[in-house]
Each structure stands twice: as structure tokens, then as C-alpha cells.
Ligand binder design. Structure first.
Ligand SMILES: [Zn+2]
Ligand SMILES: [Zn+2]
Length: 75
């Protein structure tokens, strides 16, 4: 599968609009998730918020894990 616009190999599809995108079309990437340029400019602030939330949740779950391990260590 090649991008119709650039003739490059498609690397994934936009997580927002589902459009197949090549390397040149990637506007934003969050780990394995990619967003096309159009959506990343439209959703830039939204994605950033989500990313911040994800980071916060990760930190929280890590803290929770630490708490659990502390409980188990005390036994
Ligand atoms: Zn898109
Ligand atoms: Zn392209």
C-alpha cells in the first residue's frame, strides 16, 4: 500500500480519521499511534491534553504498583 499523495509506503492509519498515511503525512505520533497532519493540527491541543493525561495515569499506576510492592514487602 502506497500513499496516493507522496507515493511512499504507508506506515499506518490516522487514529482520528482513519486515513492511511505515509511517513510524510505523520503530524503527530504517540507511541504506536499516529495522526495525520490535518488531524494533528486540528486536534493538537486535544492530543496534547490526552498525552498529559496518559502520562499522569502512567505515573499514578506506577505509584500504585510501588504501594502494592511496599505492602507485599512488609509481609
Ligand atoms: Zn487524520
Ligand atoms: Zn503521504
Amino acid at each position: 500500500m502506497y500513499c496516493a499523495e507522496h507515493g511512499r509506503a504507508v506506515v499506518g492509519s490516522c487514529q482520528w480519521c482513519g486515513k492511511r498515511i505515509c511517513k510524510l503525512d505523520i503530524g503527530k505520533s504517540l507511541g504506536k499511534k499516529v495522526f495525520c497532519r490535518q488531524c494533528s493540527s486540528d486536534l493538537g491541543s486535544y492530543i496534547q491534553k490526552r498525552q498529559m493525561q496518559q502520562i499522569r495515569e502512567e505515573k499514578e499506576s506506577q505509584a500504585r504498583k510501588k504501594q502494592y510492592s511496599r505492602i507485599f514487602d512488609s509481609y
